[in-house]
Design a protein around this ligand. Structure first.
Ligand SMILES: [Zn+2]
Ligand SMILES: [Zn+2]
Length: 307
């Protein structure tokens, strides 16, 4: 069981979702919970985020700040559930204010659209005197590369990456607290800017994509997907040039038919990088303090004292 708050001077990261757009029960859309001191911030909010939150004992209202990396659905489809369910004044909801969402340009349209789309639910609950309508609002904050969040010693920095020409800008994040550093690539190709700004990471979580040559040749959609991401060789080069204490793979784009096996991904990656590499799973908790520990869900589970 995890404690309600991380220990003093510990940066605690919970990988709520490690998946891609394909619906999978074991890998929901990307979502990462960052906890440090009194701060709690979520980076990305993919499909099923509120379910994963409940699995770690957090009501929907326990997170009031979300930072979005880019606007593929697997990274923000969950914010509408956060906005609506979080406004319900029950233990499973209970956000006593609007939801603050930071994003690249486009966040204003998402906030405006969400306000319109959630209107029918809001009208019912306001008529029932159930909710304060303002608690269902998404307050948009547009950010550029650099510091997005700086509060209580927790600093979250956006790093512009390259996720393809029609997805600009897209961001990775460098999270710093008490001298500890966590970096998450989010979605990107091999990227020099990320390598430059991921130096000194304790833990570096990077996406990866692979498909067999015949699959790429025969399926145009697979080629498009692969072109937006980093190959195992690319990721090996990134880790070799940044030398994190711990390297992890997430957001595994291993496309059908006949997907590349994870063992083959690791073999290819190892041609460039000779360090330890873990495969991220939903609900894994990473604690970065005096050492780095990775706690699978079955050993962590619910935070004590929460819902
Ligand atoms: Zn994605
Ligand atoms: Zn993407």
């Amino acid at each position: 069981m995890l404690t309600e708050k991380p220990a003093r001077d510990v940066l605690r990261i919970t990988l709520l979702g490690t998946g891609i757009p394909n619906p999978q029960i074991n890998a929901f859309g990307t979502s990462t919970l960052v906890e440090a001191g009194d701060e709690r911030v979520m980076i990305d909010c993919g499909r099923g985020t509120v379910i994963r939150m409940s699995q770690v004992g957090l009501g929907v209202g326990h997170v009031g700040t979300i930072i979005l990396s880019h606007y593929h659905s697997d990274h923000f489809a969950g914010i509408f559930d956060m906005a609506m369910t979080g406004s319900i004044p029950q233990k499973f909801g209970g956000r006593n204010g609007p939801l603050q969402v930071y994003g690249p340009p486009g966040i204003q349209e998402i906030a405006d659209g969400a306000w319109q789309a959630t209107g029918p639910d809001r009208a019912i609950r306001v008529a029932d005197n159930e909710i304060d309508p303002e608690h269902m609002r998404i307050v948009p904050h547009e950010y550029v590369e650099g510091v997005v969040y700086d509060r209580g010693g927790l600093v979250i920095r956006a790093i512009e990456v390259d996720h393809g020409e029609f997805i600009r800008p897209a961001y990775a994040f460098r999270v710093e607290y008490a001298g500890h550093v966590f970096v998450h690539s989010h979605d990107t190709r091999y990227n020099e800017n990320l390598i430059a700004q991921a130096q000194g990471a304790d833990v570096f979580v990077h996406e990866v994509a692979a498909a067999r040559p015949e699959t790429i040749a025969n399926y145009p959609a697979v080629k498009v997907a692969i072109d937006h991401h980093a190959t195992p060789t690319d990721v090996g080069r990134v880790f070799a040039q940044t030398k994190p204490k711990l390297a992890m793979l997430t957001h595994l784009v291993l496309l059908k038919p006949n997907p590349v096996l994870i063992g083959d991904v690791m073999d290819e990656l190892s041609t460039e990088y000779d360090g330890t590499v873990l495969v991220a799973e939903d609900l894994m908790t990473i604690q970065i303090g005096r050492n780095v520990s990775v706690i699978p869900y079955r050993h962590g589970g619910k935070q004590s004292g929460m819902v």
